[in-house]
Design a protein. Structure first.
Length: 43
């Protein structure tokens, strides 16, 4: 019973980490995009 709960908690943690990584990737690309746009405006 303990091992099953531990396994489930580990899987939930990995899912959270995956979603967080996806969020970071999304915000990174948004920042890069807005940076490129502001450079084009300045040029």
């Amino acid at each position: 019973m303990m091992i099953g709960g531990l396994l489930e908690a580990t899987q939930n943690m990995q899912r959270d980490i995956t979603e967080i990584r996806r969020d970071i990737k999304d915000s990174d690309s948004r920042v890069a995009l807005s940076y490129e746009q502001s450079e084009q405006r300045a040029a």
